[in-house]
Design a protein around this ligand. Structure first.
Ligand SMILES: Nc1ncnc2c1ncn2[C@@H]1O[C@H](COP(=O)(O)OP(=O)(O)OP(=O)(O)O)[C@@H](O)[C@H]1O
Ligand SMILES: [Mg+2]
Length: 280
């Protein structure tokens, strides 16, 4: 098993204005002991995922054992078709494993009923899909608040305002997805994943459609959520600069983990990607 437990050498000092209780959150995280702090991160043991059967079978993941440690930012990289989205979907409980186990904190997902899995997804996980998955009939505001509407909870207004401001969505809140650009839809999907302050945020290429300035701000937002709130973040990306914001990078190829890089820099990540033939 790959343990990505090393603390990032230089903790980024920047904080998000409006995150008033960050110090308190950090203190309560530090007070906790053991690997299950703040509900823990996530991990897989021998995770295999096969789509289809017989001649049509595609083995998207083969015996993957990986840890997404609590309170860390892990990037997942690899060539197209390597299994990155499949890994995120399986760990987030959106797809069943064919074999092997997935844990979110101490909870093994295969042991949960459908209802238990839905509850865990709703309460503990935020997911930014590669294809956004916004509801076309809802405005940006209603899409962002959908997880809370479904759960019957109300948003922390200060945090909601921070997310909307950082993602520059203030003048788009009453628009429907068809009235927004790809980058704007991506930002709404990010806001939806962050607004509940889930334990784990999974983001599948969250900066893929953004200009470099907005992309940089999104990465800082994710980084700060890890540093200030102890959030666990897993992000798929093809961008070495984006991966440089993470604490570690897991490289996948052909459904297997081929490398784990701690304290990544864009140059080292680019070198490793070249080795995997993944340069766009
Ligand atoms: N629902 C599905 N049915 C059949 N095959 C699938 C399905 N989803 C994914 N696959 C296959 O599984 C493999 C891994 O797909 P996955 O989407 O995880 O790749 P990826 O690393 O996210 O690629 P990309 O960078 O292009 O998004 C691919 O060969 C893909 O064709
Ligand atoms: Mg993908």
């Amino acid at each position: 098993m790959h343990l990505l437990t090393r603390r990032r050498a230089a903790c980024r000092a920047a904080t998000i204005p409006g995150m008033g209780n960050a110090a308190e959150a950090r203190r309560s995280i530090n007070d906790d002991t053991g690997p299950a702090r703040r509900g823990g991160g996530a991990r897989t043991e021998g995770l295999t995922k096969v789509y289809g059967s017989g001649d049509m079978a595609v083995r998207a993941l083969a015996d993957v054992s990986v840890e997404l440690p609590a309170g860390r930012f892990t990037a997942i990289m690899g060539p197209s078709g390597a299994g990155k989205s499949t890994l995120m979907h399986c760990v987030a409980g959106l797809e069943d494993a064919t074999s092997g186990k997935v844990y979110v904190g101490d909870q093994e997902l295969g042991a949960l009923s459908d209802r238990g899995l839905t509850k865990l997804r709703r309460e503990r996980i935020g997911f930014v899909f590669q294809a956004f998955n916004l509801l076309p009939t809802l405005t940006a505001r209603d899409n962002i608040l959908l997880p809370m509407t479904l759960a019957g909870t109300t948003p922390d207004q200060e945090w909601l305002a921070t997310v909307v401001r950082v993602l520059r969505l203030g003048d788009r809140l009453s628009h429907r997805p068809s009235e927004m650009s790809g980058g704007q839809q991506q930002r709404v999907a990010l806001a939806r994943a962050l607004v509940t302050r889930p334990q784990i945020v999974f983001a599948d290429e969250p900066t893929g459609n953004l200009d470099s300035r907005t992309g940089g701000e999104v990465l800082n937002l994710l980084r700060n959520a890890v540093d200030d709130l102890g959030q666990t973040v897993a992000m798929v990306t093809h961008d070495p600069v984006a991966a440089g914001h993470a604490d570690a990078v897991v490289f996948l190829a052909d459904g297997r983990i081929v490398d784990v890089m701690e304290v990544p820099t864009p140059d080292r990540v680019l070198d490793r990607m070249r080795g995997l033939g993944d340069v766009r």
